[in-house]
Every structure is written in structure tokens, then in C-alpha cells.
Design a protein. Structure first.
Length: 167
């Protein structure tokens, strides 16, 4: 998979996590947890989704999902606006805009500048948010309960820890 295709797929998954969580939570609240778990499994992958896990994913993932939705939505809106600059600002005085006095220069400067911003937006912040969303889903689908982990293993080995450490 090429880097552009991978970044686009990551951005799409990050963008769709908020509506997916909202639909899943609505299905659970409406009394259809089986349908919600099938929906979540189809959209985000993975097995073992239950109604409670879908609802937990929607609630716990809300900050990450909202940030990703706003960031990718902003990127989409400004992509249309900057790459379509000649259509957007056709009737205005563009002679003093960046890249002016010709419309071709103005479009080239705005498209190239936004292309660089878009690359940086999708390269790091959206990837970090998508990794956080994926980590949350993996943790919710983990076989062992949240309280078990490294702390339990260390106590059983005779090495007590000062503070609980979870994997």
C-alpha cells in the first residue's frame, strides 16, 4: 500500500469513528445490542464486540473521535476550498493575493501551500489520533479484565509494586 493510500485510509477511519460510535451507541440504547456489535465489528474490525463494549467505545473514545472528526473535517473543507481556489474566488480581485497577479499563480501558491499543510496534518496528528482510537478498541476487546495485568503477575511472583501498573 502506498503512503498516500495508507494516510487516506487512516484519515477516513479516524473521521468515521465518531459517526460509527454514535450509531452503535444509539443501537445499544434502542435495545439492539446484537445489531450494534455487528455494526461495530463490520466498521472497525475485530471480534468480541458486545453491546456494553460498543457503548464503552463510544463514550471513552469521544474525545479522540471528536478531535479526529474536527481535524479531518477541517482538512476536507479546506482541501476543496484551496484546490478549487479559482472557482471559489473567481469574482474577486485576486491581483494582490499570494501568487498574484494571475489566477494561475494564485491557485498554484494556495494549492501547494495547502498540500504541504495537508501532508503535515495527515502525517502526524491524525495518525496519532487514529492510533489512540485503535488502542482503545484493542483494549476493550482484550480477553482479560482491566484490573488484571502486570500488577497481578508481579504480586504472584513475590515482587510487590508501589503503584498499580496495567498493560
Amino acid at each position: 500500500m502506498s503512503a498516500i493510500r495508507r494516510q487516506t485510509a487512516t484519515a477516513a477511519r479516524a473521521l468515521l469513528a465518531l459517526p460509527t460510535g454514535a450509531v452503535g451507541a444509539a443501537l445499544v440504547v434502542a435495545g439492539q445490542p446484537g445489531r450494534a456489535s455487528r455494526w461495530q465489528a463490520r466498521v472497525s474490525g475485530g471480534r468480541g464486540w458486545t453491546g456494553g463494549r460498543v457503548l464503552g467505545r463510544a463514550v471513552l473514545g469521544l474525545p479522540l473521535d471528536a478531535a479526529a472528526f474536527l481535524l479531518v473535517g477541517y482538512a476536507l473543507f479546506n482541501s476543496v476550498r484551496n484546490f478549487g481556489y479559482p472557482l471559489w474566488y473567481l469574482g474577486t480581485d485576486y491581483h494582490h493575493a499570494w501568487g498574484g497577479p494571475t489566477m494561475a499563480g494564485v491557485w498554484a501558491v494556495h494549492a501547494a501551500g495547502w498540500g504541504l499543510c495537508l501532508y503535515l496534518l495527515l502525517r502526524w496528528p491524525v495518525r496519532w489520533l487514529a492510533r489512540g482510537q485503535q488502542a482503545l478498541a484493542e483494549r476493550l476487546l482484550a480477553e482479560r479484565p482491566l484490573g488484571e495485568g502486570l500488577l497481578t503477575e508481579r504480586l504472584s511472583a513475590g515482587r510487590p509494586t508501589a503503584a498499580p501498573v496495567l498493560r
